[in-house]
Design a protein around this ligand. Structure first.
Ligand SMILES: Nc1ncnc2c1ncn2[C@@H]1O[C@H](COP(=O)(O)OP(=O)(O)O)[C@@H](O)[C@H]1O
Ligand SMILES: [Mg+2]
Length: 269
């Protein structure tokens, strides 16, 4: 990315993913994963699905069903034992570790349950650091980080460090970091696992807002109530997909999940 790229170009302002024909972004075909050991664990037993650009998908299942393993496959953090993963048309199996690292850094944004923020840096620095290896200069990194924080309702918290923020706010910083640089897809593994129900609802409302703005998001959760409010839900059980359901029109406004930052800010960290 060159430094004269406009901020709006990088963050995709004004683009609507819904206006384009559905483009397959992530395709899993018969993905199997075995963790070797004295007693090998079969974590995935043949998983097939396609995620199109602009989708917001919940992956739901009980603990141990293979959700995080699936996220590692989708995020190219690990390779399947068998089967294929294609991301924006490229077969992950055919790529070197170096190529995969580049693919991850430019195409995928990750969000995890534990936030993984630096306690000693401000929200702005945490988000800006997400673009450290992108070739973008510091000034542009900070400008993009400020825009990303604004998108998640934290324009007034840019100079705060994580210990000064609520759990929900910290996760919003992590989401801003994942979005910064305009990745093709955001993968979130139990982003509300450490949050109370109000903060969790706020995070889901935020994911819906970002989806309406064009982001492609896959969120892993054990919260069936929140998952039921997203446009598509994939149920995982014992390493298999047991349901893949379209639950409502893309972009539908859900009154129960409108963004209410105040609800989140009241929460105690
Ligand atoms: N690195 C690993 N080595 C061995 N077994 C693992 C590893 N990671 C996960 N597992 C096992 O694979 C199964 C699926 O785990 P995981 O994908 O973490 O499920 P979930 O995220 O749904 O809780 C579980 O039985 C788990 O113990
Ligand atoms: Mg997990």
């Amino acid at each position: 990315m060159s430094d004269n790229v406009q901020v709006a170009d990088v963050v995709g302002i004004g683009e609507s993913a819904h206006a384009r024909a559905p483009e397959p972004l992530l395709q899993l075909q018969d993905v199997r994963k075995v963790y070797p050991g004295v007693t090998p664990v079969i974590a995935l037993r043949g998983v097939d699905f396609t995620i199109h650009r602009g989708e917001l998908v919940a992956i739901v299942g009980p603990s141990g069903s293979g959700k995080s393993t699936l996220l590692h496959m989708m995020g190219t953090l690990d390779r399947p034992t068998e089967g294929s993963v294609r991301l924006v048309g490229s077969d992950v199996a055919k790529m070197s570790d170096r190529e995969l690292a580049k693919l991850r850094a430019t195409r995928i944004g990750f969000v995890f349950q534990q936030f993984f923020l630096s306690e000693y840096e401000t929200a702005l620095e945490n988000v800006a650091d997400g673009l450290l290896y992108s070739g973008v200069n510091r000034r542009t990194r900070r400008a993009l980080a400020a825009e990303a924080l604004d998108k998640v309702g934290l324009a007034h918290r840019m100079d705060h460090r994580p210990p000064q923020l609520s759990g929900g706010e910290r996760q919003r910083v992590a989401i801003a970091r994942a979005l910064n640089g305009n990745p093709d897809i955001v993968l979130a593994d139990e982003p509300t696992g450490n949050l109370d129900s109000n903060a969790a609802a706020t995070i889901f409302a935020l994911l819906k807002k970002l989806h309406r703005e064009g982001a492609t998001i896959i969120v892993i959760t054990h919260d069936r109530g929140l998952a039921a409010r997203l446009p598509r839900r994939i149920d995982v059980l014992d390493g298999r997909i047991v349901a893949d359901v379209t639950q409502g029109a893309t972009g539908t406004v859900d009154p129960e999940l409108t963004v209410d930052w105040a609800r989140d800010t009241k929460e105690q960290a």
